[in-house]
Design a protein around this ligand. Structure first.
Ligand code: GDP
Length: 432
Protein backbone atom coordinates (compact mmCIF):
# COMPACT_ATOMS: atom_id res chain seq x y z
CA UNK A 1 0.00 0.00 0.00
CA UNK A 2 1.51 3.31 -1.05
CA UNK A 3 0.14 6.62 0.23
CA UNK A 4 1.30 10.09 -0.70
CA UNK A 5 1.10 13.22 1.44
CA UNK A 6 1.34 16.33 -0.71
CA UNK A 7 0.36 20.01 -0.69
CA UNK A 8 -2.58 21.67 -2.48
CA UNK A 9 -1.21 25.19 -2.73
CA UNK A 10 2.05 27.00 -1.97
CA UNK A 11 3.37 24.74 0.82
CA UNK A 12 3.61 25.31 4.58
CA UNK A 13 0.22 23.67 4.95
CA UNK A 14 1.17 21.19 7.66
CA UNK A 15 2.41 18.25 5.57
CA UNK A 16 5.09 17.49 8.17
CA UNK A 17 2.50 17.10 10.91
CA UNK A 18 0.19 14.95 8.75
CA UNK A 19 3.09 12.74 7.61
CA UNK A 20 4.31 12.38 11.19
CA UNK A 21 0.76 11.41 12.22
CA UNK A 22 0.36 8.89 9.37
CA UNK A 23 3.89 7.55 9.92
CA UNK A 24 2.47 5.75 12.95
CA UNK A 25 0.99 3.18 10.58
CA UNK A 26 3.79 3.23 8.00
CA UNK A 27 6.83 1.02 7.51
CA UNK A 28 8.66 3.36 5.14
CA UNK A 29 8.60 7.15 4.63
CA UNK A 30 10.19 8.59 1.49
CA UNK A 31 11.14 12.12 0.46
CA UNK A 32 10.84 12.07 -3.32
CA UNK A 33 11.66 15.59 -4.57
CA UNK A 34 12.89 19.04 -3.60
CA UNK A 35 15.80 20.10 -1.47
CA UNK A 36 16.63 21.79 1.80
CA UNK A 37 14.91 24.98 0.63
CA UNK A 38 11.63 24.29 2.40
CA UNK A 39 10.96 22.92 5.85
CA UNK A 40 8.42 20.84 7.67
CA UNK A 41 7.64 21.65 11.26
CA UNK A 42 6.80 18.74 13.53
CA UNK A 43 5.75 18.81 17.16
CA UNK A 44 5.77 15.54 19.11
CA UNK A 45 6.88 14.01 22.40
CA UNK A 46 10.53 14.96 21.71
CA UNK A 47 9.82 18.66 21.11
CA UNK A 48 9.39 20.93 18.09
CA UNK A 49 11.56 20.30 15.03
CA UNK A 50 12.06 22.00 11.66
CA UNK A 51 13.12 19.32 9.19
CA UNK A 52 14.44 20.36 5.79
CA UNK A 53 15.85 17.15 4.40
CA UNK A 54 15.11 14.28 6.77
CA UNK A 55 11.87 12.43 6.04
CA UNK A 56 9.16 12.97 8.67
CA UNK A 57 9.27 9.32 9.78
CA UNK A 58 12.53 9.84 11.72
CA UNK A 59 10.66 10.06 15.01
CA UNK A 60 9.34 6.51 14.64
CA UNK A 61 12.04 3.90 15.29
CA UNK A 62 10.38 1.14 13.28
CA UNK A 63 10.17 3.31 10.14
CA UNK A 64 12.76 3.21 7.34
CA UNK A 65 13.32 6.79 6.14
CA UNK A 66 14.37 7.06 2.52
CA UNK A 67 15.91 9.89 0.51
CA UNK A 68 14.60 9.12 -2.96
CA UNK A 69 16.40 9.68 -6.25
CA UNK A 70 14.29 12.77 -7.06
CA UNK A 71 15.64 14.78 -4.12
CA UNK A 72 18.28 17.53 -4.34
CA UNK A 73 20.34 16.14 -1.48
CA UNK A 74 22.40 18.58 0.55
CA UNK A 75 24.67 16.11 2.32
CA UNK A 76 26.06 18.39 5.11
CA UNK A 77 22.53 19.62 5.91
CA UNK A 78 21.17 16.06 6.10
CA UNK A 79 23.87 15.00 8.55
CA UNK A 80 23.60 18.24 10.53
CA UNK A 81 19.87 17.56 10.97
CA UNK A 82 20.49 13.96 11.94
CA UNK A 83 22.99 15.06 14.60
CA UNK A 84 20.67 17.77 15.91
CA UNK A 85 17.69 15.44 16.41
CA UNK A 86 19.88 12.84 18.12
CA UNK A 87 21.28 15.55 20.42
CA UNK A 88 17.70 16.32 21.44
CA UNK A 89 17.01 12.77 22.55
CA UNK A 90 15.49 11.20 19.42
CA UNK A 91 16.86 7.64 19.04
CA UNK A 92 18.95 7.14 15.86
CA UNK A 93 16.47 6.65 13.01
CA UNK A 94 16.78 4.16 10.16
CA UNK A 95 17.93 5.99 7.01
CA UNK A 96 18.53 4.91 3.42
CA UNK A 97 19.84 7.18 0.65
CA UNK A 98 19.17 6.22 -2.96
CA UNK A 99 22.37 5.44 -4.86
CA UNK A 100 20.75 7.32 -7.75
CA UNK A 101 19.97 10.43 -5.74
CA UNK A 102 21.93 13.47 -6.87
CA UNK A 103 23.56 15.79 -4.38
CA UNK A 104 24.02 19.55 -4.22
CA UNK A 105 27.58 20.78 -4.83
CA UNK A 106 28.94 23.92 -3.11
CA UNK A 107 29.03 25.65 -6.50
CA UNK A 108 25.27 25.16 -6.93
CA UNK A 109 24.76 27.30 -3.85
CA UNK A 110 27.33 29.80 -5.12
CA UNK A 111 25.56 30.08 -8.50
CA UNK A 112 22.19 30.55 -6.80
CA UNK A 113 23.62 33.46 -4.79
CA UNK A 114 25.35 34.99 -7.82
CA UNK A 115 22.18 34.78 -9.91
CA UNK A 116 19.98 36.36 -7.22
CA UNK A 117 22.55 39.18 -6.93
CA UNK A 118 22.58 39.65 -10.70
CA UNK A 119 18.76 39.71 -10.94
CA UNK A 120 18.45 42.16 -8.05
CA UNK A 121 14.82 43.25 -7.66
CA UNK A 122 13.72 40.88 -10.46
CA UNK A 123 14.80 37.77 -8.57
CA UNK A 124 12.60 34.70 -8.05
CA UNK A 125 12.88 34.97 -4.27
CA UNK A 126 15.12 31.90 -4.11
CA UNK A 127 16.22 30.63 -0.70
CA UNK A 128 19.72 30.41 -2.27
CA UNK A 129 20.06 26.72 -1.41
CA UNK A 130 21.34 25.89 -4.88
CA UNK A 131 18.16 24.11 -5.96
CA UNK A 132 17.63 25.69 -9.40
CA UNK A 133 21.33 25.36 -10.45
CA UNK A 134 21.26 21.78 -9.08
CA UNK A 135 18.27 20.71 -11.18
CA UNK A 136 19.61 22.61 -14.23
CA UNK A 137 22.79 20.53 -13.99
CA UNK A 138 20.81 17.33 -13.46
CA UNK A 139 18.98 17.85 -16.75
CA UNK A 140 22.10 19.19 -18.50
CA UNK A 141 23.63 15.83 -17.48
CA UNK A 142 26.47 17.28 -15.43
CA UNK A 143 24.96 16.47 -12.03
CA UNK A 144 26.44 14.08 -9.48
CA UNK A 145 24.71 10.86 -8.39
CA UNK A 146 25.56 9.53 -4.93
CA UNK A 147 26.93 6.32 -6.51
CA UNK A 148 29.60 8.36 -8.35
CA UNK A 149 31.23 9.26 -5.03
CA UNK A 150 32.55 5.71 -4.84
CA UNK A 151 34.70 5.97 -7.96
CA UNK A 152 38.48 6.44 -7.89
CA UNK A 153 40.11 9.87 -7.77
CA UNK A 154 41.06 9.85 -11.46
CA UNK A 155 37.42 9.52 -12.46
CA UNK A 156 36.35 12.18 -9.96
CA UNK A 157 39.10 14.61 -11.08
CA UNK A 158 38.16 14.11 -14.73
CA UNK A 159 34.52 14.96 -14.06
CA UNK A 160 35.34 17.95 -11.85
CA UNK A 161 37.56 19.35 -14.63
CA UNK A 162 34.84 18.78 -17.24
CA UNK A 163 32.22 20.60 -15.16
CA UNK A 164 34.64 23.40 -14.24
CA UNK A 165 35.17 24.32 -17.92
CA UNK A 166 31.52 25.48 -18.08
CA UNK A 167 31.26 26.85 -14.56
CA UNK A 168 34.46 28.91 -14.73
CA UNK A 169 33.36 30.74 -17.88
CA UNK A 170 30.11 31.77 -16.19
CA UNK A 171 31.88 32.69 -12.96
CA UNK A 172 34.40 34.87 -14.77
CA UNK A 173 32.30 36.55 -17.46
CA UNK A 174 28.76 36.59 -16.07
CA UNK A 175 29.41 37.07 -12.37
CA UNK A 176 32.99 38.41 -12.17
CA UNK A 177 34.09 35.75 -9.64
CA UNK A 178 37.11 33.47 -9.14
CA UNK A 179 37.22 30.04 -10.88
CA UNK A 180 36.38 26.85 -8.95
CA UNK A 181 39.07 25.29 -6.75
CA UNK A 182 39.18 21.78 -8.22
CA UNK A 183 41.32 20.15 -5.51
CA UNK A 184 39.01 21.55 -2.83
CA UNK A 185 36.04 20.05 -4.67
CA UNK A 186 37.78 16.65 -4.68
CA UNK A 187 38.17 16.88 -0.90
CA UNK A 188 34.52 17.85 -0.60
CA UNK A 189 33.54 14.74 -2.56
CA UNK A 190 35.67 12.57 -0.24
CA UNK A 191 34.00 14.03 2.83
CA UNK A 192 30.55 13.51 1.28
CA UNK A 193 31.45 9.90 0.46
CA UNK A 194 32.47 9.21 4.06
CA UNK A 195 29.22 10.69 5.37
CA UNK A 196 26.81 8.82 3.10
CA UNK A 197 28.65 5.47 2.85
CA UNK A 198 26.76 3.62 5.64
CA UNK A 199 23.36 4.64 4.25
CA UNK A 200 23.50 4.18 0.47
CA UNK A 201 21.15 1.60 -1.03
CA UNK A 202 19.24 0.42 -4.07
CA UNK A 203 15.95 2.06 -3.15
CA UNK A 204 13.78 0.82 -6.01
CA UNK A 205 14.79 -2.81 -5.32
CA UNK A 206 14.13 -2.28 -1.60
CA UNK A 207 10.68 -0.85 -2.37
CA UNK A 208 9.87 -3.64 -4.78
CA UNK A 209 10.47 -6.13 -1.97
CA UNK A 210 8.52 -3.98 0.47
CA UNK A 211 5.50 -3.91 -1.86
CA UNK A 212 5.60 -7.70 -2.18
CA UNK A 213 5.71 -7.96 1.61
CA UNK A 214 2.61 -5.70 1.87
CA UNK A 215 4.47 -2.93 3.69
CA UNK A 216 2.92 0.51 4.03
CA UNK A 217 4.92 3.15 2.21
CA UNK A 218 4.40 6.87 2.64
CA UNK A 219 5.60 9.34 0.01
CA UNK A 220 6.28 12.77 1.46
CA UNK A 221 6.09 15.76 -0.88
CA UNK A 222 7.47 19.23 -0.39
CA UNK A 223 5.70 22.52 -1.19
CA UNK A 224 2.44 22.19 -3.18
CA UNK A 225 0.78 22.29 -6.59
CA UNK A 226 1.22 26.06 -7.07
CA UNK A 227 4.99 25.51 -6.97
CA UNK A 228 5.00 22.69 -9.54
CA UNK A 229 7.18 23.63 -12.54
CA UNK A 230 4.52 22.40 -15.03
CA UNK A 231 1.19 23.03 -13.33
CA UNK A 232 2.06 25.82 -10.91
CA UNK A 233 2.49 29.58 -11.22
CA UNK A 234 5.46 29.37 -13.60
CA UNK A 235 8.06 30.90 -13.41
CA UNK A 236 7.60 31.49 -9.67
CA UNK A 237 7.85 27.75 -9.03
CA UNK A 238 10.32 25.26 -7.66
CA UNK A 239 12.55 23.12 -9.86
CA UNK A 240 11.17 19.62 -9.28
CA UNK A 241 7.60 18.39 -9.53
CA UNK A 242 5.59 18.73 -6.34
CA UNK A 243 2.86 16.35 -7.56
CA UNK A 244 2.06 12.95 -6.09
CA UNK A 245 2.50 11.38 -9.54
CA UNK A 246 6.17 12.34 -9.39
CA UNK A 247 6.41 10.30 -6.20
CA UNK A 248 6.53 7.18 -8.37
CA UNK A 249 9.45 8.55 -10.39
CA UNK A 250 11.29 10.18 -7.51
CA UNK A 251 11.21 6.96 -5.48
CA UNK A 252 11.32 4.30 -8.20
CA UNK A 253 7.83 2.86 -7.66
CA UNK A 254 5.19 1.77 -10.20
CA UNK A 255 2.71 4.68 -10.68
CA UNK A 256 -0.27 2.38 -10.10
CA UNK A 257 1.07 1.45 -6.66
CA UNK A 258 -0.04 4.82 -5.22
CA UNK A 259 -3.50 4.09 -3.81
CA UNK A 260 -4.15 6.96 -1.44
CA UNK A 261 -3.24 10.61 -2.01
CA UNK A 262 -3.73 12.81 1.03
CA UNK A 263 -3.66 16.44 -0.05
CA UNK A 264 -2.86 18.78 2.80
CA UNK A 265 -4.82 21.99 2.52
CA UNK A 266 -4.73 24.82 5.05
CA UNK A 267 -7.93 26.51 6.27
CA UNK A 268 -6.51 29.86 5.04
CA UNK A 269 -3.72 30.64 2.56
CA UNK A 270 -0.04 31.49 2.91
CA UNK A 271 2.86 31.75 0.50
CA UNK A 272 6.55 32.58 0.57
CA UNK A 273 8.55 34.36 -2.10
CA UNK A 274 7.24 36.27 -5.07
CA UNK A 275 4.40 35.17 -7.39
CA UNK A 276 0.68 35.56 -7.94
CA UNK A 277 -1.48 35.11 -4.84
CA UNK A 278 -5.04 36.22 -5.58
CA UNK A 279 -6.59 36.03 -2.10
CA UNK A 280 -3.64 37.74 -0.39
CA UNK A 281 -4.52 40.22 2.36
CA UNK A 282 -2.50 43.14 3.68
CA UNK A 283 -2.18 45.57 6.58
CA UNK A 284 -3.54 44.92 10.07
CA UNK A 285 -5.85 42.15 8.89
CA UNK A 286 -2.83 40.28 7.47
CA UNK A 287 -0.61 40.99 10.46
CA UNK A 288 -3.14 39.51 12.82
CA UNK A 289 -3.58 36.32 10.77
CA UNK A 290 0.22 36.04 10.33
CA UNK A 291 0.88 36.32 14.06
CA UNK A 292 -1.89 33.88 14.99
CA UNK A 293 -1.18 31.48 12.10
CA UNK A 294 0.40 28.02 12.23
CA UNK A 295 2.13 27.26 15.49
CA UNK A 296 3.69 30.54 16.62
CA UNK A 297 3.04 32.58 13.48
CA UNK A 298 3.44 32.29 9.72
CA UNK A 299 7.21 32.69 9.41
CA UNK A 300 9.45 30.50 7.21
CA UNK A 301 10.77 27.35 8.89
CA UNK A 302 14.08 27.72 7.00
CA UNK A 303 14.50 31.46 6.57
CA UNK A 304 12.32 33.03 9.30
CA UNK A 305 10.88 35.27 6.54
CA UNK A 306 7.32 36.50 7.24
CA UNK A 307 4.96 34.54 4.97
CA UNK A 308 2.37 36.28 2.82
CA UNK A 309 -1.11 35.37 4.06
CA UNK A 310 -4.65 35.44 2.69
CA UNK A 311 -8.10 33.88 2.88
CA UNK A 312 -8.92 30.36 1.73
CA UNK A 313 -8.94 30.15 -2.06
CA UNK A 314 -11.41 27.57 -3.45
CA UNK A 315 -10.25 28.14 -7.05
CA UNK A 316 -6.57 27.47 -6.34
CA UNK A 317 -7.32 24.62 -3.90
CA UNK A 318 -9.77 22.80 -6.18
CA UNK A 319 -7.19 22.96 -8.98
CA UNK A 320 -4.33 22.06 -6.65
CA UNK A 321 -6.12 18.99 -5.25
CA UNK A 322 -7.26 17.88 -8.71
CA UNK A 323 -3.71 17.99 -10.09
CA UNK A 324 -2.49 15.99 -7.09
CA UNK A 325 -5.20 13.40 -7.74
CA UNK A 326 -6.43 13.75 -4.17
CA UNK A 327 -8.35 10.85 -2.65
CA UNK A 328 -8.45 12.60 0.74
CA UNK A 329 -8.07 16.17 1.89
CA UNK A 330 -6.46 16.90 5.26
CA UNK A 331 -7.82 20.30 6.22
CA UNK A 332 -5.30 21.88 8.59
CA UNK A 333 -4.75 24.77 10.97
CA UNK A 334 -8.50 25.30 11.35
CA UNK A 335 -8.07 26.24 15.03
CA UNK A 336 -6.32 29.48 14.04
CA UNK A 337 -9.49 30.99 12.54
CA UNK A 338 -11.40 30.91 15.85
CA UNK A 339 -10.81 34.66 16.47
CA UNK A 340 -12.80 35.92 13.47
CA UNK A 341 -16.42 37.19 13.49
CA UNK A 342 -16.74 36.50 9.77
CA UNK A 343 -14.43 34.53 7.51
CA UNK A 344 -14.09 35.50 3.84
CA UNK A 345 -13.66 32.58 1.41
CA UNK A 346 -12.58 33.18 -2.20
CA UNK A 347 -15.07 31.22 -4.35
CA UNK A 348 -14.24 32.56 -7.82
CA UNK A 349 -11.87 34.85 -9.72
CA UNK A 350 -12.98 37.91 -11.64
CA UNK A 351 -10.79 38.27 -14.71
CA UNK A 352 -11.58 41.38 -16.77
CA UNK A 353 -15.21 41.33 -15.60
CA UNK A 354 -15.78 37.59 -16.12
CA UNK A 355 -16.11 35.19 -13.21
CA UNK A 356 -14.42 31.82 -13.31
CA UNK A 357 -13.80 28.95 -10.92
CA UNK A 358 -11.11 27.41 -13.17
CA UNK A 359 -7.55 28.26 -12.15
CA UNK A 360 -6.00 30.27 -15.02
CA UNK A 361 -2.51 30.40 -16.56
CA UNK A 362 -0.06 32.82 -14.96
CA UNK A 363 -0.51 35.91 -17.16
CA UNK A 364 -4.31 35.80 -16.65
CA UNK A 365 -3.88 34.99 -12.97
CA UNK A 366 -2.04 38.29 -12.62
CA UNK A 367 -5.32 40.05 -13.54
CA UNK A 368 -7.59 37.90 -11.32
CA UNK A 369 -9.46 39.54 -8.47
CA UNK A 370 -10.94 37.44 -5.67
CA UNK A 371 -14.71 37.03 -5.37
CA UNK A 372 -15.50 36.48 -1.70
CA UNK A 373 -18.34 34.91 0.24
CA UNK A 374 -18.35 35.61 3.98
CA UNK A 375 -19.12 32.79 6.40
CA UNK A 376 -19.91 33.31 10.09
CA UNK A 377 -17.04 32.58 12.50
CA UNK A 378 -17.31 30.29 15.56
CA UNK A 379 -15.50 32.55 18.02
CA UNK A 380 -13.98 29.91 20.27
CA UNK A 381 -10.96 27.65 20.68
CA UNK A 382 -11.48 24.26 19.01
CA UNK A 383 -8.16 22.69 20.06
CA UNK A 384 -8.60 19.52 22.05
CA UNK A 385 -11.83 18.50 20.28
CA UNK A 386 -11.50 14.92 19.00
CA UNK A 387 -14.84 14.27 17.30
CA UNK A 388 -16.15 16.07 14.23
CA UNK A 389 -19.68 16.31 15.69
CA UNK A 390 -18.24 18.17 18.70
CA UNK A 391 -16.95 21.07 16.57
CA UNK A 392 -19.10 24.23 16.75
CA UNK A 393 -21.81 24.35 14.10
CA UNK A 394 -20.29 27.33 12.24
CA UNK A 395 -16.95 25.55 12.14
CA UNK A 396 -18.53 22.47 10.55
CA UNK A 397 -20.36 24.78 8.12
CA UNK A 398 -17.01 26.28 7.11
CA UNK A 399 -15.54 22.81 6.46
CA UNK A 400 -18.61 21.58 4.58
CA UNK A 401 -18.98 24.76 2.51
CA UNK A 402 -15.36 24.43 1.36
CA UNK A 403 -15.74 20.72 0.69
CA UNK A 404 -18.70 21.45 -1.56
CA UNK A 405 -16.80 24.18 -3.42
CA UNK A 406 -13.69 22.09 -4.06
CA UNK A 407 -15.51 18.79 -4.70
CA UNK A 408 -12.96 16.61 -2.85
CA UNK A 409 -13.55 14.76 0.43
CA UNK A 410 -12.22 16.37 3.60
CA UNK A 411 -11.54 13.27 5.70
CA UNK A 412 -9.12 14.75 8.24
CA UNK A 413 -9.36 18.00 10.13
CA UNK A 414 -6.28 19.21 12.00
CA UNK A 415 -7.05 21.46 14.96
CA UNK A 416 -3.62 21.97 16.50
CA UNK A 417 0.07 21.37 15.77
CA UNK A 418 0.48 18.20 17.86
CA UNK A 419 0.22 14.64 16.58
CA UNK A 420 -3.01 13.98 18.49
CA UNK A 421 -4.74 17.16 17.23
CA UNK A 422 -6.48 15.35 14.42
CA UNK A 423 -10.14 14.60 13.74
CA UNK A 424 -11.03 11.83 11.29
CA UNK A 425 -14.26 12.46 9.44
CA UNK A 426 -16.53 10.45 7.15
CA UNK A 427 -17.08 12.51 4.02
CA UNK A 428 -20.08 12.16 1.69
CA UNK A 429 -17.61 12.60 -1.20
CA UNK A 430 -15.30 9.71 -0.21
CA UNK A 431 -14.90 7.04 -2.81
CA UNK A 432 -12.87 4.74 -0.59
P1 GDP B 1 4.67 21.87 5.65
O1 GDP B 1 5.83 22.46 4.91
O2 GDP B 1 3.48 21.69 4.77
O3 GDP B 1 5.01 20.66 6.45
O4 GDP B 1 4.19 22.96 6.68
P2 GDP B 1 4.89 23.54 7.97
O5 GDP B 1 5.76 22.60 8.64
O6 GDP B 1 5.43 24.88 7.65
O7 GDP B 1 3.57 23.64 8.87
C1 GDP B 1 2.95 24.77 9.13
C2 GDP B 1 2.96 25.11 10.60
O8 GDP B 1 1.70 24.83 11.12
C3 GDP B 1 3.93 24.37 11.50
O9 GDP B 1 4.42 25.28 12.45
C4 GDP B 1 3.07 23.30 12.18
O10 GDP B 1 3.51 22.95 13.47
C5 GDP B 1 1.78 24.01 12.28
N1 GDP B 1 0.57 23.20 12.22
C6 GDP B 1 0.32 22.07 11.49
N2 GDP B 1 -0.96 21.69 11.66
C7 GDP B 1 -1.53 22.62 12.49
C8 GDP B 1 -2.84 22.82 13.01
O11 GDP B 1 -3.77 22.08 12.72
N3 GDP B 1 -3.03 23.91 13.82
C9 GDP B 1 -2.03 24.78 14.13
N4 GDP B 1 -2.32 25.82 14.91
N5 GDP B 1 -0.79 24.63 13.64
C10 GDP B 1 -0.56 23.58 12.85
Amino acid sequence: MVKAVVGANWGDEGKGKITDTLADQADIVIRFQGGANAGHTIKNQYGKFALHTLPSGVFHQNVMNIIGNGVALNIPILFGELKSIEERGVPAPQIMISERCQFVMPYHILFDQCEEERLGGKSFGSTKSGIAPFYSDKYAKIGWQVSELFQDDDALREKIARVAVQKDILLKYLYGKEPLDQEELLETLHSYRDMVAPYVGNVSAYLDRALKDNKTILLEGQLGTMKDPDHGIYPMVTSSSTLAAYGAIGAGLPPYAIEQIVVVNKAYSSAVGAGEFTSEIFGDEANELRLRGGDGGEFGATTGRPRRVGWYDCVASKYGIRLQGGTDVAFTVLDVLGYLDEIPVCVAYDIDGEETTEFPVTHLLARAKPVYVKLPGWKCDIRGIRKYEDLPENCRRYVEFIEEQIGFPITMVSNGPAREDIIYRKSPLSRR
